[in-house]
Design a binder for this molecule. Sequence first.
Ligand SMILES: Cc1cc2nc3c(=O)[nH]c(=O)nc-3n(C[C@H](O)[C@H](O)[C@H](O)COP(=O)(O)O)c2cc1C
Length: 169
Amino acid sequence: MDAFDAILGRRSIRRYTAASVPDALVMELLQAAMSAPSAGNQQPWHFVVIADRRLCEEIASFHPYAQMVREAPVAILVCGDLRLESYRGYWMQDCSAATQNILLAAHARGLGAVWVGVYPKEDRVGRFRTLLKLPAQVIPLALVPVGFPAEHLPAANRFNLSRVHRDRW
Ligand SMILES: Cc1cc2nc3c(=O)[nH]c(=O)nc-3n(C[C@H](O)[C@H](O)[C@H](O)COP(=O)(O)O)c2cc1C
């Protein structure tokens, strides 16, 4: 799939078939994630691949907007590691770029995915920290449930010329 088609055609997919996602595809998504740009190329990320059904049920029990994780065969938790930061304060942007790459790669491979927000909600960060035994310097940014899509959403055209400014506001 052409990169521009992937960008314009990607939507948040929250319904999935029962088919499992082959690990080779998960690895491709992680390869895309780790190809993201980062400040000074610091790559301050870690990824937790979650397929255990009990963990998925537990996540759905504490995250009000993550009910789709019950149905998703796999989910990727994108985390920032403060000890890997050379340029302090940029981890969120770096990990957000990695998250977006996962979404685009999933769409390009015929998978469906959605960005589920974790950071900066302290309660969600704490619950993931306890559930997955994350080290203290590791902060979960976003959960990305992934599966083969059981819903198909049309491309959303959000181009808005009123948000474009040339040379000055
Ligand atoms: C930072 C962030 C947090 C989000 N959190 C959630 C979430 O917790 N649950 C959810 O279902 N969708 C979540 N979304 C997905 C948005 O709802 C979605 O991207 C938006 O409605 C636009 O729809 P689209 O992705 O289909 O284009 C989040 C997206 C972002 C960027």
